[in-house]
Design a binder for this molecule. Sequence first.
Ligand code: IMP
Length: 429
Amino acid sequence: MSNVTVIGTQWGDEGKGKIVDWLASRADIVVRFQGGHNAGHTLVVGDQVYKLSLLPSGLVRGKIGVIGNGVVVDPKALMTEIDRVTAQGLVVTPETLWIAENAPLILPVHGALDRAREAARGEHKIGTTGRGIGPAYEDKVARRAIRICDLAEPETLDWKLDELLLHHNTLLAGLGAETFTKDQLKDFLTEITPRLLPFSCQVWDRLDEARRAGRRILFEGAQAVMLDVDHGTYPYVTSSNTVAAVAASGSGVSPSSVGFVLGIAKAYTTRVGEGPFPTELHDQTGRTLGERGHEFGTVTGRPRRCGWFDAVLIRRAVRVGGVSGIALTKLDVLDGLDEISICVGYELDGQKIETFPSAPGAQARVKPVYETMPGWKETTAGARSWAELPAQAIKYVRRIEELIEAPVTLLSTSPERDDTILMRDPFED
Ligand code: IMP
């Protein structure tokens, strides 16, 4: 029996929520290992709709939820989310939610700097969620982050706040934004400490015990490989590594614990925020995909950019992400289209290329080379077996498998949890 790690293979929003929820029901523990409250997914369970950004999905299924050291934690956002799901009937206690004491905090200075910098970037803005994710990761690497364990040591907090403010106020003042006083940050931390500290623990130790006891662990990735700070469309990326390898370092388990890596891919492509997107459609088909797929950002409400499936990018995500199998989502959004295109290569300045370039200028100039196939008239929505799928839809899925060099092990045909075709149970692998 294996653990499972779920990651996105495109630019996020691949429909991870439903898949993670389904897998969570078969796991004992669900672990978030990177990102922060820039992520967002909606879980529909019975008549309840849960909107989660930071809390691991497993809590909705009564499982233990873990926030690993690789996550950046906005304590206010976390508490608001806990209050919201508690009002919906969930029980979130230090027994059911473990937060790594070495996780860095997102403070009000981080959001302020994120937004001020975006405003100053003008046409080269990244389109961040404005939630302070990037500045918080910068502070972690620069060794000036306030981590959760620091909250228990007022003397440590005192000098760390001085260092943090020296850095941030210099930048904020330079950008013409409002600066912060030490008292403001102290008040913020004093308010959240009594609620946050009881959840904190040595997550790595508890996960190791769980592993020895043979408990099933699901690692829940956020964002996606094309937003990975190393492997994505840099600089139009998030500030963490999103590949499956980080499930280990971001929670303190051994690399061998990552288990089966399930990559989530939408049957077409979407992106929020700025940055290159070779298969983006600016025509009616793009708008149709957006409308049918309800393509609006969960966190920011921004309309998502839509385009055809890019097999070249996903093949890369499969390779660098260590993907063992793909969960293909939202196939039903393609129902009724006359023709469907798949990007099978690129052209750059008149030359054929087979992999996506790394430099931003080249990434923006790349033109997709398409293979086009007939669509299908029948509906795939709600299908629960291959037999219920139109022959042409099966051909589309099979072609994708060939091109991305990975098997589709799970197919999702509607937002409903049970509208899923399972080829292989990743926990049994
Ligand atoms: P940041 O993570 O807020 O710094 O934003 C950097 C980029 O990642 C922007 O293009 C965001 O739109 C994108 N991004 C961050 N989180 C998500 C997500 O959960 N889904 C999709 N895009 C995201």
